[in-house]
Design a protein around this ligand. Structure first.
Ligand code: GLA
Length: 485
């Protein structure tokens, strides 16, 4: 990982920022030596395209300024010592031999320990290195992405740990390779995540969102309208998607929907079909045609496990093995129509959102770079309204078809809507944050009103405290290694 190639994770001089200097100092206080490097991986906010990455459809996230920092130094001993700047997170040490020896177990309530995310990253790195490594590591971790908020703090932690270990072993890996590796290794935690969080963490660029496509993984810049601001607000309902089976349940419902949609003479029972995008490709239909097909081929609101086994001509054991996950095997009823409809319609919304951004960017420029002063504020409003409506529709679909919202998220979205601001839940849902699209000139007012109407009046939170739960954000850089050598 020499960082000179633009495909590789960049290596930069250690900045003089207060936070980086602090982690270096604290590392020294903890371990009695200087760190050799600091790995930085950002959190993300997804603008649109929720719960469709694992179905093979493009998503449109951007990286946040908030991040996970991992300071590391090498040790001769084959041991990893893990410390967190926040004293509420216990320290952990383990001897490393082979990736198979790293077991990732949850606490008695089924919730992962914080360091399990670090272990996922180490396990993935070791697997990638075929267990060939020369040194152990001391790691000191500091994060400012609010945890359990749907802003990808867990993925940033997995990715930063994986990146730190690989860098320490001098591995060469380009950004798309490491993003895919981190998506795979996060699944050791037990959730079948799609890869969006890791992709944006490594492929993000400042000033633009990214349109992420899969197989092969690729990020294409999307310049957002100049007068658009994105505001992130926490609902104060915390979500840990690895602690319940909600997330995996949606993943497998989409898998089962794909299997049923592919049950036709045209597809000849193609065994490899597992995602909704694969069925679309196979049937050579548009997204709109897939929506129609869902109504035709998945008419029921609930499918039982028994009837699915009959329809797919498989035994229950085969179904468990082929399509379900350990934490979804006991389920007996599945909603396939609702989930598939959300996915195909959300995929359409992503295309529309991107198209509007591309058009607005083309129309807004003259001589290729200077914004056309003749464009009226009426045009600008229309663009933001169109984008906003797509976001509101996305939320409605996540709430009613995908059933992954939360009363508190819905309330935030409703209050925003009364303030003429479109918004939607972002990330996995079931709690966490909303992302709102707000014209630049209204941001201050919107934040002020949300502080009062949601945090102070509804949640009984002190106004000053409320400020820490809501922020305006712009697209930020992806992962980087800081090292002065
Ligand atoms: C989580 C997962 C992502 C994605 C989102 C929902 O963040 O890690 O892969 O599925 O939920 O869009």
């Amino acid at each position: 990982m020499n960082g000179n190639n633009s495909d590789q994770v960049p290596i930069r001089k250690v900045p003089s920022s207060e936070r980086i200097q602090r982690i270096i100092k604290e590392f020294y206080n903890e371990f009695g030596c200087q760190p050799a490097f600091v790995a930085r991986v950002p959190g993300r906010v997804n603008l649109i395209g929720e719960h469709i990455d694992y179905c093979g459809y493009p998503v449109l996230p951007m990286a946040l300024e908030q991040d996970i920092l991992v300071a590391g130094s090498l040790t001769e001993e084959h041991k990893v010592c893990i410390r967190n700047a926040n004293p509420k997170y216990v320290t952990f040490e383990l001897e490393i031999k082979a990736y198979d020896d790293i077991t990732i177990t949850a606490d008695k309530d089924g919730k992962p320990f914080w360091y399990n995310y670090v272990l996922c990253g180490l396990k993935g790195a070791l697997e990638h290195l075929n267990n060939e490594f020369s040194s152990g590591l001391r790691l000191y971790i500091d994060g400012n992405i609010p945890p359990a908020s749907g802003l990808s703090s867990s993925s940033a932690l997995v990715s930063a740990a994986c990146l730190a270990f690989l860098y320490a072993q001098n591995a060469t890996l380009n950004r798309t390779e490491i993003a895919s590796l981190c998506a795979r290794c996060e699944r050791y935690i037990g959730t079948q995540g799609g890869g969006m969080d890791q992709a944006i963490a490594f492929l993000a660029e400042k000033y633009c969102a990214q349109y992420i496509t899969w197989n092969p993984l690729k990020a294409t810049k999307v310049v957002l309208p100049e007068d658009a601001s994105f505001v992130v607000a926490h609902s104060l309902a915390e979500i840990n998607k690895a602690a319940t089976n909600d997330y995996n349940r949606r993943v497998i419902e989409c898998r089962l929907a794909s299997k049923l949609l592919a049950l036709s003479p045209e597809t000849n029972k193609d065994q490899s079909i597992i995602t909704l995008s694969q069925v679309q490709k196979l049937l050579d239909k548009t997204l709109e045609e897939m929506v129609t097909l869902v109504y035709e081929r998945l008419p029921k609101s609930i499918y039982t496990k028994d009837e699915l086994c009959k329809m797919l001509e498989i035994s229950e054991e085969e179904m468990d093995k082929l399509y379900l996950t350990p934490n979804t095997r006991h389920l007996t009823e599945f909603k396939l129509k609702q989930r598939a409809l959300h996915v195909y319609e959300e995929a359409l919304r992503v295309e529309e959102f991107r198209e509007i951004c591309v058009q607005s960017n083309m129309n807004g420029k003259s001589n290729g770079s200077i914004r056309d002063k003749t464009r009226s504020s009426g045009d600008e409003n229309e663009i933001l309204t169109s984008l906003g409506k797509l976001m509101s529709n996305s939320h409605e679909s996540l709430k009613s078809l995908y059933e992954c919202s939360h009363g508190k998220l819905d309330l935030l979205v409703d209050i925003s809507s009364k303030l003429n601001v479109h918004s939607r839940l972002t990330g996995a849902g079931w709690g966490g944050c909303i992302v709102a699209l707000c014209p630049n000139e209204n941001v201050k007012n919107y934040i002020e009103k949300l502080e009062n109407e949601y945090y102070v009046e509804h949640c009984n939170i002190d106004k000053n405290k409320a400020k820490s739960y809501i922020f305006a954000t712009t697209p930020n850089y992806g992962a980087v290694i800081y090292n002065n050598q």
